[in-house]
Ligand binder design. Sequence first.
Ligand code: ASP
Length: 339
Amino acid sequence: MVKTATCAFRKASLLCRFMSEFASGKIRFPHSHLLGIEGLTSNVISLLLDCAENFVEHNRQTDNKLSSLSGRTIINLFFEESTRTRTSFELAAKQLGANVINMSVATSSVKKGETLIDTAMTLNAMHPDVLVVRHSESGAVKLLSEKVNCAVINAGDGRHEHPTQALLDALTIRRRKGHISGLLVAICGDIAHSRVARSNIHLLNAMGAQVRLIAPKTLIPSSIAKMGVEVFNNMEEGLQDCDIVMMLRLQSERMSSGFFPSIREYFHFFGLDYKKLANAKDDALIMHPGPMNRGVEIASEVADDLGRSAIREQVEMGVAVRMACLELLTAISTKGNGT
Ligand code: ASP
């Protein structure tokens, strides 16, 4: 009993210490927006992860509402479908006491022909503090960030980047393994269409992990080897001695032609089952950004293996990471600097 109370107090005071160092300017996030992981230093990534770590512990307590973003407005502007990312940003913003507006594309003026920039300018005129944007075109979120004078967070742009996904993956790995540096991480599946893969490659490289990509030749762009990764076309070989096995969804909505003969064959060669997993380390962690195609890229029994799979934990880490991003970005938001 005493131990639990002491522990809760210690965790609460860690968050308080972090927040007060942050408020006093001792800790500072050096960017106006979060558009991608590319270009972030390991120190900045660690700062985001440390801040998120404090929120994980805080969110697990019953009385967990904070007010640091009270009076601030966050607009979730999603031009593409999303369930978990949008909900996660909404919950994160509300946990910090912000006002949240969700803009659904189906009901917005975009359907009536308003352009991306017109929409952004209209929303900008309402003086939000943060725009959280998802768009199907790579580069669209950066373009939008150049036109508005509030902080912008990329919630996924085309095949380009999904920075908060990579951060939540990193937090999950760091908590489970104690470190990221030196780990051997396999990212498997539809690399060609995946912004998650790109953001993770940037982050894992920056943090000193070794990255392997495993996929059929048709789902790996030839230029990706330049990103400092090893490429495999065979799961048994690529998974040898891996610490982390990160599976990707087969993104059929982005496929213009047949990239593999059939789902059955794809699962046979590239779906994660216990037989293929046996090539990785005994304590290898299984991850997936969701949504999962069960029986396509991952067998249900592997995905639901509570001892090995961190998939549910990734969702929990998502809220903490997005709280950290909102907290750190709003602290420096100047409402006048669009860089
Ligand atoms: N949720 C992730 C994304 O938005 C992964 C996926 O959709 O497969 O990119």
